[in-house]
Design a protein around this ligand. Structure first.
Ligand SMILES: O=C(O)CCC(=O)C(=O)O
Ligand SMILES: [Fe+2]
Length: 320
């Protein structure tokens, strides 16, 4: 008998606490512009029983490269259902920000829709009922300081961290069990068409700690994921790689990869598969509050909320 089955056997399943933390109920939180639906049971069953659908290929045949490539991770039909579900149910943003170089200010329009959930390791979300000395009846998850085990001070973050909704928690836990790594952030990109992209960068920020593991799941349209080695000091040869990521594929970047390699999703011509839309989810672990500030600034920002409109077949501004 598995540990899970044993646990379920001995623990009364109808305690109010068990109900509150169940992953099959709609997620509500004051930081969400609207309630976020839960996965239906057939989708979450398929996610837990049918994944990984294929064992990974270990790609480490180039300097400093350490990838696990699941082709696919989620079976095609389930991946398509998950794509449609997330596109319909998550709030998205089109973030603008300014960068200053010397005396010149440039406005950057992020060329894709983004959203983010999670908080760095120094805090976590909990129900007030589970926190000692907090006697409110609310079922709203609050932020707790990991060291003091008490609610965080009001000025700990400038941004307002959002708990990971149940639909993404299901995916996070499942991927954690396969990767042998833990994650506290979930960043989502929606590339509406071939015009949407992400330019060459690496996710090597110090707030992720050394040698971060980043799991990156693709859903929807196939898009090329390009990688190239950072320039060698001596101007030596650069390695390159192209992974044509299809729906349900997952790439796990590990070890020295972020420190030495850049990656991108380049634009594609109109009229091709890219115009059907693609979602990318990256699971990461930020270790300090700087990571939380950075992720909310660049993936939520302070602009308008967008939500998928089924009739119009596009993201529209959410009027609330
Ligand atoms: O869309 C992708 O596959 C990559 C996204 C990415 O690199 C990022 O969000 O940092
Ligand atoms: Fe990235």
């Amino acid at each position: 008998m598995s540990k899970r089955t044993l646990h379920a056997f001995f623990k009364p399943s109808s305690s109010p606490q068990a109900k509150k933390s169940r992953t099959d109920t709609t997620s509500i939180h004051p930081t969400y512009p609207f309630p976020i639906a839960a996965l239906d049971s057939s989708l979450s069953t398929s996610l837990s029983l049918d994944t990984p659908s294929n064992p990974p290929k270990h790609i480490n045949n180039q300097p400093h490269l350490d990838l696990l490539y699941f082709q696919p991770y989620i079976p095609h039909r389930t991946a398509q259902q998950l794509f449609l579900f997330l596109r319909r149910n998550l709030p998205f943003y089109r973030v603008k920000y300014t960068i200053r170089r010397g005396s010149t200010e440039t406005i950057i329009n992020t060329p894709r829709f983004t959203t983010v959930f999670g908080v760095d390791e120094t805090s976590y979300f909990a129900l007030p009922a589970d926190v000692s000395n907090t006697n409110t009846n609310t079922t709203e998850r609050i932020l707790i300081d990991r060291k003091t085990k008490t609610p965080i001070s009001r000025n700990k973050y400038k941004c307002t961290p959002r708990p990971i909704p149940s639909c993404l928690e299901t995916v996070r836990k499942q991927i954690e069990s396969v990767c042998g790594a833990t994650f506290n952030f979930c960043l989502i990109n929606y590339y509406a068409s071939g015009e949407d992209s992400i330019s060459y960068h690496s996710d090597d920020e110090r707030f992720l700690g050394p040698e971060p593991t980043i799991a990156s799941l693709s859903l929807g349209a196939r898009r090329d994921f390009l990688m190239r080695h950072k320039p060698f000091q001596s101007g030596g040869e650069r390695g390159t790689l192209k992974l044509p990521l299809g729906s349900g594929d997952m790439v796990v970047m590990r070890g020295e990869t972020q420190a030495n390699w850049l990656h991108s999703i380049p634009k594609r011509k109109a009229g091709g598969e890219a115009d059907r839309g693609r979602i990318n989810i990256t699971f990461r672990k930020a270790v300090v509050p700087g990571g939380t500030e950075n992720y909310y600034r660049y993936n939520v920002g302070d602009g308008e909320v967008y939500r998928w409109d089924e009739e119009r077949g596009e993201m529209v501004k959410w009027k609330g």
